[in-house]
Design a protein. Structure first.
Length: 322
């Protein structure tokens, strides 16, 4: 695996990474789907050297409710696979297939579920190495209490991280009832060391605008270092990176998981972007019993352009009363 994050090949970006010699090494892939009718889809596979693999799988339809995969999907496969939950790259940087056959829980009742979905890209792949704000990152590191332990923990912030916007289309069959879906979608692939207990809190806002462009704001506070921030907005083949932003504490302190957001951000095109959104619902996750994530499903506007997005808030219960 190349260490120069600027020059990773497309083939390397799209493959599963392993490092058996590094404790808590993690390769995580995520897709979401957000529908105009209020339906949504969340799926994540994380392959880890220790503590076992992670998985998320949620399906929601307004006239049905929330289906959740509660049982482990199964044995890890060669690629992005756990049992019958599979992510297959059909075209590098362009197209993925997400498929599953199994049982999912609907309010305590098991339902037979099968889906075959195709992610098709609409925006470029964004390398977060380019999205990081160098001077702000340097200041956060400089303010940390330097020690051998500090630099060991610092490895957790040095990840390879890529995102892309597109569409997710196909069919979902629930107890033999077929539903065709056409969702806006964001996908995420990252790898590196991930120790949930070392995270203090984070936010991750990502979604697709009505004009076909993607939008992202990402912030994380570690227990050993202040806030690191990155983000992007696409404009055709161009990618503009986040440059001016508030602290998480300025917009998410009372409450720490706000239903509504009203933020002004500035990107590298020197334009201000005004994000206004409201959360419709959220799905909770417990990460190793050390960290909690609330995956918000929200809608709103960016500079007046309609937007469907995930508003993810993560918290370490050691620091926050949840």
């Amino acid at each position: 695996m190349k260490r120069d994050n600027k020059h990773i090949s497309l083939k390397d970006i799209e493959k599963k990474h392993k490092n058996p010699h590094e404790e808590l090494f993690n390769d995580s892939s995520y897709f979401n789907g957000l529908g105009d009718d209020g339906s949504y889809f969340l799926v994540r596979q994380s392959f880890r050297t220790t503590r076992g693999n992670e998985f998320w799988l949620e399906l929601f339809f307004p006239n049905l409710g929330l289906l959740r995969l509660k049982n482990h999907p199964g044995k890890e496969g060669e690629g992005f696979q756990q049992g019958n939950l599979k992510f297959d790259c059909l075209q590098l940087g362009k197209k993925w297939r997400i498929s599953f056959i199994g049982e999912m829980d609907l309010s305590g009742e098991e339902k037979k579920v099968k889906f075959d979905l195709i992610f098709t890209s609409k925006t470029p792949i964004v390398n977060f190495h380019n999205a990081m704000i160098v001077d702000a990152t340097a200041r956060a590191i400089a303010k940390g209490k330097w020690s051998k332990s500090f630099f060991e923990k610092l490895k957790d912030s040095k990840k390879h991280h890529f995102e892309q916007g597109g569409t997710l289309t196909g069919s979902v069959i629930i107890n033999q009832h077929k539903r065709d879906v056409n969702w806006s979608s964001m996908r995420d692939h990252s790898w590196g060391i991930r120790k949930w207990s070392g995270w203090k809190r984070h936010i991750w806002f990502c979604g697709m605008m009505e004009n076909g462009e993607s939008f992202n704001v990402s912030m994380v506070e570690y227990d050993y270092m202040g806030q690191l921030t990155a983000g992007f907005v696409t404009e055709g083949k161009q990618i503009h990176y986040l440059r001016e932003f508030p602290l998480i504490s300025e917009f998410a302190s009372a409450p720490i998981f706000p239903e509504k957001l009203n933020l002004t951000l500035k990107y590298s095109d020197n334009k201000e972007y005004h994000l206004i959104c409201e959360r419709a619902t959220f799905v909770p996750y417990n990460m190793d019993g050390e960290y909690r994530i609330n995956e918000g499903i929200s809608s709103g506007t960016v500079n007046g352009i309609k937007l469907k997005l995930v508003t993810e808030f993560g918290f370490n219960p050691k620091y926050y009363d949840l």
